[in-house]
Design a protein around this ligand. Sequence first.
Ligand SMILES: Cc1ncc(C[n+]2csc(CCOP(=O)(O)OP(=O)(O)O)c2C)c(N)n1
Ligand SMILES: [Mg+2]
Length: 317
Amino acid sequence: MAQTELLEAYRVMRTIRAFEERVHEELPNGGIPGAVHLYAGQEAVAAGVCAALRESDYIASTHRGHGHAIAKGCDITAMMLELYGKAGGLCNGKGGSMHIADFSKGMLGANGVAAGGAPLACGSALSAKVLGRDQVSVAFVGDGAANQGSFAESLTLATVWNLPVVFVVEDNFYAQATGTRYHLKGLDVARRAEAYGIPAATVDGTDWFAVHAAAEEAVERARSGGGPSLIECKAGRFFGHMEGFDQQGYRGEGEVERLRSEQDPLTLFTAKAGLAEPDLSEVDVTVDAAVELAVATAKAAPEPELSELLTDVYVSY
Ligand SMILES: Cc1ncc(C[n+]2csc(CCOP(=O)(O)OP(=O)(O)O)c2C)c(N)n1
Ligand SMILES: [Mg+2]
C-alpha cells in the first residue's frame, strides 16, 4: 500500500483521537451544550471504511458520529463550532454533536435515533441506483442499534432492491450499559446476514488494515452492481457511553486501561504500517494545532443570530 495512503489513514485516526480527547477535556468546563458521545477507540472503523469511499459516496452515521464525519472529510473547525452551538457550525449551530451533517462531503448526518442511519443509507443508495450513478452508501450501526426493527427492514429493502449499500455494524461490546452477551446473546450480528442472503464479514475493528480490506471488497461489490454487504467490526470505546452521564460501573476492573494499552487502533496501526517517525511526528504536530485552533475558534465565535432561530426548518411559524 502506498505510503501516502497509510499516512492519510494515520492522519484521519490521529485527528479523530485528538478531537475526542480535546472534547472530553472541554466538556466539564461548560460551553458545549447537549449530549456528546465520544468515538475514541473505534477510529480504525471510520477511517478504514471511509478510505475505501469516494467523496461522492454517502455515509449515514450514528449518535457517536464525530469519527465518521472526520473520516468522510468534514472540516473539524466547523464541526467544533457545531458542537458549541455557534454561528458558522456545519449545521449553523443548530444540530450539535448528534446531528452533524455535511451533504457536500456525502455525510448525511449523525443521528439521535438508534439505527436511524440504516434506512437513510438505503434511500441514498436507491437514489444513486435510480439515477444511474455509481455512488455507494454506507450505514454505520451500533451493536445495540442492530436490534432495532429499522435495521432488519433496511436489510430486507437493500436485499430485495439489490442496493449499493454497505452496513457497518460497530460492536463496541455495549449498548449504553448493556453488554452484547445480554442483548445479542454473544452472537455476531454478521451471522444474521445469511438469512438475507448477503455476504458478511466479522473483523477486528481495532485493525485498520482488516477493516479497510473488508470495506474495499464490500464497496467494490456495491459499486459494480453486486448489492449489499454487512461488515461487523469489534472495537471497544475508551470513554463512557455519553459524556457526563456514565460512571461505567458495568465495566470490568481495568477494562478501559486494557483497551488503551492493548487495543489502541493507533498504536496497532503504527506498529504495522512501517511509517517513518518524522512523518508521524509531523502529522501529530499539524493535527494537534488544527484541533487547538478549532476549539479556540469555537469558543470565540458568536452565537447564531436570534433571527435565524426559525430558519432551516421544514415548516414556517
Ligand atoms: C430508537 C432509539 N431507541 C433508544 C434510544 C436511546 N439510546 C441512545 S444510544 C443507545 C444505545 C446504542 O447502543 P449501540 O447501538 O451499541 O451504540 P453505541 O452507543 O455503543 O455506539 C440507546 C438505546 C435511541 N437513541 N433511539
Ligand atoms: Mg454499542
